[in-house]
Design a protein around this ligand. Structure first.
Ligand code: GRF
Length: 203
């Protein structure tokens, strides 16, 4: 299966995908890593792994919609069949995204449907939640609102602050995302427009 990844920043989730691939646990082909930030460390990781990269600057487009249509056209031209958002910090236009629905996933650092959007760790702490986690979900036009595929949970500890909680969650994200992508690309997990279904044990 041919996979494209979009990332705006550090790229630790991209690194987890590449590591799983290098270990032989994720039999896909990464055809493109794209970003809205030319300086994103994620692009350097992709270059080092020999994966074609794409950096598009939103400021050189008249509006968000124009950016999104061009982005998706280039992703389609890469031959990608699946698209993973791994820390891609932009809201996507619903119409531009439509042809990808069912083939595009995102990792979000909260136990959705709690805490869509930003500052999820802080919000979980402020709410005195006992648990926090990360979700991988199918992307729809609704921000962080598409059907959840799988989640990883941890208990919030007395010593947690925003940064520590984020740090403790990250290794769980790094297991979750490659595993979900593997199941999807193996055809063991699909979305028929109602609830996502999968066969077998996830983690
Ligand atoms: C992760 O916390 C991910 O859940 C969220 O953005 C962050 C990206 O981190 N969507 P990285 O760039 O993968 O290190």
């Amino acid at each position: 299966a041919k996979v494209a990844v979009l990332a705006s920043g550090r790229g630790s989730n991209l690194a987890a995908l590449l590591d799983a691939h290098a270990r032989g646990e994720l039999p896909v082909e990464f055809v493109l890593v794209g970003s809205d930030k030319a300086a994103a460390p994620a692009l350097r990781l992709a270059e080092a792994a020999g994966i074609p990269t794409l950096a598009l600057d939103p400021r050189s487009y008249p509006d968000r919609r124009a950016f999104d249509f061009d982005l998706f056209a280039r992703i389609a031209a890469s031959g990608a069949e699946w698209l993973v958002l791994a820390g891609f910090m932009r809201v996507l236009d619903g119409e531009a995204l439509q042809p990808w629905v069912g083939r595009i996933i995102n990792i979000h650092p909260s136990l959705l449907p709690k805490y869509r959007g930003l500052h999820t760790h802080r919000r979980a702490l402020e709410a005195c939640d006992a648990e926090h986690g990360a979700s991988v979900h199918f992307v729809t036009a609704e921000l962080d609102g598409g059907p959840v595929i799988a989640q990883a949970c941890l208990s919030i500890e007395a010593g947690d602050d925003e940064e520590r909680l984020a740090q403790r969650l990250l290794p769980l994200e790094h297991r979750l995302l490659p595993e979900v992508l593997r199941l999807l690309t193996e055809g063991r997990l699909r979305w028929d427009g109602q609830a996502p279904r999968f066969d077998g044990q996830l983690l």
